[in-house]
Design a protein around this ligand. Structure first.
Ligand code: FES
Ligand SMILES: [Fe+2]
Length: 376
C-alpha cells in the first residue's frame, strides 16, 4: 500500500498541522465548568489562552499574557465582562481593547490591546476560532441537540498521546476486535472479524464501511468521520458498560503530547457493580500494565473507564508521539487510516501554501448509523 508520510504530529503555531487546524472552530472547554466571574488558563494546540466568563454570563477567550510585563491574565479578576490584570491593574474588554491602565496617562493605552478570539457555546461546549481573519461558518449538529428526551452527557478527557494517534485509533475498526475484545465479544454483532474494509472521501470527511458476514448475509457497519476531527459512532447497544454508547467526539490537540477528547454521549445508568467501587485512574492502570505489575486481562470489566484503559494501553505502546509512520506495514484493514493521512497531507499542504482548503459540509440527510444489510 502506498506510503503517506508527512508531519502528522505537530500542531503548534506555524506547523503544517497547526496552520491547517487553525482554519476551523474547535471545542476548548466544557461550558458547565466555567462559572460567571471565573477565569481558566487553557492550552490548545501548544498555545495558552485565558478563558473567562463575564458577570453577564458570556464567555470570552483572550491571549494569556498581559502586554504590560507579561504575567498571566488568567490570574486576573473579572469586572463585568472585562478582565483586570492581577499585577498592575490593566483592564481589558472581552474584545481585547485596553480600557484602563491605572498608573499611566490616558493616552498611553491607545493602540494597546490583547488578542481576543471568537467563541460560541453550543451543545454544552465552548467552541473557539483560533485562526486568522473571519471564522468559517459554525457547523451545527441538530441530531445531537436532543435525543428523544434522554440526557446527553458532556465529557472532557485528556489522553497522554499525540492527536494523530487518537484520530487514527478512531478510524480503526479492527482494533475493536482486539483492544476491546472483552466488551466486543459480549456483543453479538462483533463475534467475527470483518471480511472487507472500505473508506471513501465525502463532502464531510470519511465514510468508513466495514463488511461483516452474518450467517451468509453481508452487513455493513458504518462510521462517520467529519473533517478535521469529529467522529460519530453508534456501537451496538448490547452491553451494560456505560462507555459503550452512541457518541459524537471532537479530538483537539492540547499540545503535541496530549489530546483532549470532548464527547457527547447518551446517558446510560451505570450498573451496581460499576458504581460500588472507588476505581483506580486510567493512567495508574496503564502505568501498572507497562511496569509489568498488572495485565490488561486483570482489569475489572466493570471499570467505568475500561474503553479508555484499553485504547490508551494500545496507543501508549506506540509511544507518546508516534512519528515513525514511514516504517509501518499498512494492510487492507488500514484503508481508512491511509485515506485519513492522504486527506490531511493534501489539506495541510494547501493551508500552508495559502491555497483554498476543502470546506467540509455536514450531510443534510440523517446519518445512517450502525449495521445494515449490504446493497446487493
Ligand atoms: S503585567 Fe499586567 S498590568 Fe502589569
Ligand atoms: Fe478503541
Amino acid at each position: 500500500m502506498a506510503r503517506e508520510v508527512a508531519d502528522f504530529v505537530h500542531y503548534g503555531p506555524g506547523t503544517l498541522g497547526g496552520v491547517y487546524l487553525r482554519h476551523f472552530w474547535h471545542p476548548v472547554y466544557v461550558a458547565a465548568d466555567l462559572k460567571p466571574g471565573w477565569t481558566k488558563r487553557i492550552e490548545i494546540m501548544s498555545e495558552f489562552f485565558t478563558l473567562y466568563r463575564g458577570e453577564s454570563g458570556a464567555a470570552h477567550l483572550v491571549e494569556d499574557r498581559c502586554p504590560h510585563r507579561k504575567t498571566r491574565l488568567s490570574i486576573g479578576q473579572i469586572e463585568g465582562d472585562s478582565i483586570r490584570c492581577f499585577y498592575h491593574g490593566w483592564k481589558f474588554a472581552g474584545d481585547g481593547v485596553c480600557e484602563e491602565q491605572p498608573a499611566e496617562l490616558p493616552s498611553f493605552k491607545e493602540g494597546v490591546c490583547i488578542r481576543s478570539y471568537p467563541v460560541r457555546e453550543y451543545l454544552g461546549l465552548i467552541f473557539a476560532y483560533l485562526g486568522e481573519g473571519e471564522p468559517p461558518e459554525f457547523q451545527e449538529f441538530p441530531e445531537a441537540e436532543y435525543d428523544n428526551g434522554r440526557p446527553i452527557v458532556v465529557k472532557k478527557i485528556v489522553v497522554p498521546f499525540n492527536y494523530f494517534q487518537r484520530l487514527e485509533n478512531g478510524l480503526d475498526e479492527l482494533h475493536v476486535h482486539f483492544v476491546h475484545k472483552v466488551s466486543a465479544s459480549a456483543t453479538h454483532e462483533f463475534r467475527s472479524l470483518p471480511t472487507a474494509y472500505a473508506a471513501e472521501e465525502t463532502d464531510y470527511g470519511i465514510l468508513r464501511k466495514t463488511t461483516y458476514d452474518r450467517d451468509g448475509r453481508k452487513e455493513i457497519r458504518t462510521k462517520y468521520f467529519m473533517m478535521p476531527n469529529i467522529g460519530l459512532t453508534l456501537p451496538p447497544p448490547a452491553t451494560e458498560l456505560d462507555d459503550w454508547t452512541p457518541r459524537l467526539s471532537w479530538r483537539v490537540p492540547q499540545n503535541d503530547e496530549n489530546t483532549i477528547s470532548f464527547t457527547l454521549a447518551r446517558h446510560k445508568p451505570r450498573g451496581e457493580k460499576a458504581t460500588s467501587k472507588n476505581w483506580e485512574s486510567t493512567d495508574d492502570i496503564v502505568n501498572a500494565i507497562f511496569d509489568g505489575r498488572m495485565r490488561l486481562k486483570d482489569v475489572d470489566v466493570y471499570h467505568p473507564r475500561l474503553f479508555n484503559i484499553q485504547d490508551n494501553t494500545a496507543m501508549a505502546g506506540q509511544g507518546r508521539m508516534h512519528e515513525d509512520r514511514e516504517h509501518e506495514y499498512l494492510g487492507r484493514s488500514d484503508i481508512p487510516i491511509v485515506l485519513l493521512r492522504r486527506i490531511y497531507q493534501r489539506e495541510m499542504k494547501a493551508a500552508v501554501d495559502g491555497r483554498p482548503i476543502k470546506r467540509w459540509r455536514l450531510p443534510r440527510e440523517r446519518l445512517v448509523l450502525g449495521f445494515q444489510p449490504a446493497a446487493e
